[in-house]
Design a protein around this ligand. Structure first.
Ligand code: FMN
Length: 328
């Protein structure tokens, strides 16, 4: 069985793969996306997870959440829809039961934080700030703000700013804010969230979508709509990462349909300082090791000594060169 295979991917790095995100040093730009890699140890049969630049762990809320009713997954052309609904056992469970099991791995564990109110985000962030081996958090602002009547934090700029500012006040470590793609202007949100004190941006979260079963004349998901991920969203994600990179001075982490090293390199060229791999882990649990090795090969083949030289290296047609180059 694949699960027992204990395949380890090794490489002798030729290029410098180190990148910096806020106060974090990542040994390489390859990380795994929240909700798609558990807490990390689930994957130790397939790889040495300490080789990852970082692991963005499952979305964590103030209290236990059961998640949405089933069915909550659907396959689509070149992607998948999910409406898992932040199923998790809450931050106290994470601190008591998960943290002891992950804290000695030599990678960056970044906790993905969600909430229905600003107070809930602050409560979770404050508790996580006290954990020595958690160097940063990623705010998932794609949750409905119950106090604002169900408006999603990440699609209402003043709410996105308010939650970022509130968490920034009490969280001194690296604060990454994950942007929703379900907005008209990514630069507007990117600039506002940078102004609110984020150390980095990650994007994109899933695209709001739906699937229909024509024979049954019913939606496939119990929640009717869900989030689209996988290769289908990569072109949208690349455009948004490119826009965000040229709107802010803080690092941008690229996410969306990355299946192999070439996809990851495209995100780096568009302006990402690091990348997250989500849906691809469900198809090949060791994909991230192959992506690390593939980036290394590319750097050597193209004569780059450091992966940092690739960020934003997209050669634009004349007229687009108003954008400034950056280094991280
Ligand atoms: C099953 C599933 C669960 C997810 N759970 C979360 C989550 O808890 N928090 C979050 O910010 N994003 C979550 N995401 C979004 C991913 O982290 C990622 O942003 C998105 O899937 C796009 O990347 P991909 O195309 O590589 O999957 C989830 C995605 C999937 C498919």
């Amino acid at each position: 069985m694949l699960g027992r295979a204990r395949i380890k991917y090794q490489t002798n790095h030729m290029a410098d793969l180190t990148v910096h995100i806020g106060g974090l040093e990542l040994k390489n730009p390859v990380t795994t996306a929240s909700g798609c890699f558990g807490y990390g140890p689930e994957f130790t049969d397939f790889m040495d997870i300490s080789r990852l630049g970082g692991i963005f762990v499952k979305g964590t809320t103030g209290g236990l959440r059961e998640g949405n009713p089933y069915p909550r997954m659907a396959e689509t052309h070149s992607g998948m829809l999910n409406s898992v609904g932040l199923q998790n056992k809450g931050v106290d469970y994470f601190i008591d039961h998960i943290y002891p099991a992950i804290k000695d791995y030599k990678t960056n564990f970044i906790v993905n934080v969600s909430g229905s109110t600003i107070d809930e985000y602050v409560e979770v962030a404050e508790k996580l700030a006290g954990l020595e081996k958690i160097p940063g958090i990623e705010l998932n602002i794609s949750c409905p703000n119950v106090k604002e009547g169900g408006m999603v934090f990440g699609t209402h700029c003043p709410s996105a700013v308010a939650v970022t500012e509130a968490v920034r006040k009490i969280f001194p470590k690296t604060l990454i804010v994950k942007l929703s793609p379900n907005v008209t202007s990514v630069p507007e949100f990117a600039k506002a969230i940078e102004g609110a004190g984020a150390d980095a941006l990650s994007l994109i979260n899933t695209l709001l979508a739906m699937a229909i079963d024509a024979e049954k004349r019913k939606p496939v998901l119990a929640t009717v709509t869900g989030g689209l991920s996988g290769p289908a969203i990569k072109p949208v994600a690349l455009r948004m990462v490119w826009e965000a990179y040229h709107s802010v001075s803080i690092p941008v982490i690229g996410i969306g349909g990355i299946m192999n090293a070439t996809d990851a390199i495209e995100f780096l060229l568009a302006g990402a300082a690091a990348i997250q791999i989500g849906t691809a882990n469900f198809i090949d649990p060791a994909v991230s090791m192959k992506v690390i090795n593939g980036i290394d090969d590319y750097l050597v083949r193209h004569g780059f000594s450091s992966v940092r030289e690739l960020t934003g290296k997209l050669e634009l047609p004349g007229g687009f060169n108003r954008f400034r180059p950056k280094t991280f």
